[in-house]
Design a protein around this ligand. Structure first.
Ligand code: HEC
Ligand code: HEC
Length: 205
């Protein structure tokens, strides 16, 4: 017993001297929350398997931060945000939101899904990449990036669940989800089939 205690003191002492090493082995507060709570829906590493829940891994930090605040403050108020996320974000302060956003943005996104309908995906790619001659008019690719990787406030769309992309674009069309004016103008014009096409292409990226 005595020698075990002694060993413990030595190990603890070493940990203290080389703090970084021991701290890295222990999941921090953010990781704990993500793994034990958010992960139930969004997947342990942020790559949710169920199409009902958006993937968060590799998502842009600024975008995640803005969305979490908007769900906590009840600005993002579509039915599923209310039912699932208002409660989940309720107790998060600004610092925890920042930490969670950074944490998920650093997780590795899983590879995109398989293409089920090649013709639809090809149409989606065309729509996504179309750049109008008039630069006043926006384009999906202009804001969401060549590989749909997002940037700054613009979310990553690559590899997101098809179902989730369709749902969000429908919400934008119905004025139930905020979007920049240029995106709104483009999305309003999309037919149901074009939305399916965009989602089929983007989920595969
Ligand atoms: C019970 C399931 C559930 C739990 C737990 C949960 N979420 Fe969610 N989350 C959802 C659903 C469903 C949505 C999609 C809402 C919608 O359709 O607009 C969502 C949306 C989000 C979004 C928006 C993503 C995007 O691309 O627009 C973020 C960010 C998010 N959740 C982060 C978190 C974090 C961080 C936690 C833990 C503090 C958490 N969620 C806990 C179900 C959950
Ligand atoms: C002017 C830049 C801009 C353009 C153009 C644009 N977007 Fe967006 N998009 C954004 C921003 C910013 C958001 C975040 C909006 C918010 O929730 O406040 C967003 C959100 C989204 C979302 C929701 C993602 C999520 O995880 O919740 C989808 C899907 C999307 N855009 C698809 C598209 C498609 C498809 C096009 C082309 C038809 C397009 N966007 C054009 C900037 C743009």
């Amino acid at each position: 017993m005595k020698s075990k205690k002694w060993m413990f003191v030595v190990v603890a002492g070493l940990c203290w001297i080389t703090t970084g090493v021991c701290a890295a082995d222990e999941p921090n507060k953010t990781e704990k929350l993500a793994m034990s709570y958010c992960g139930e829906c969004h997947g342990l590493d942020g790559n949710s398997i169920s199409p009902q829940f958006p993937k968060l891994a590799g998502q842009r930090s600024k975008f995640l931060e803005a969305q979490l605040k908007s769900m906590r403050d009840h600005d993002r108020s579509n039915a599923d945000s209310q039912d699932y996320m208002w409660g989940a974000a309720h107790k998060l302060d600004d610092d925890s939101i920042k930490d969670l956003a950074k944490y998920y943005s650093r997780q590795k996104p899983s590879p995109g899904g398989t293409i089920e309908y090649p013709a639809l995906a090809a149409k989606g790619k065309q729509l996504y990449e179309f750049k109008p001659a008039n630069e006043e008019i926006g384009s999906c690719i202009g804001c969401h990036g060549d590989d749909a990787e997002g940037g700054g406030n613009e979310p990553r769309l690559a590899g997101q669940h098809r179902h989730y992309l369709v749902k969000q674009l429908n919400l934008v069309q119905d004025n139930k989800r905020s979007a920049p004016d240029k995106m709104l103008a483009l999305v309003r014009k999309l037919s149901k089939e074009e939305i399916e096409a965009l989602a089929e292409y983007l989920q595969s990226k």
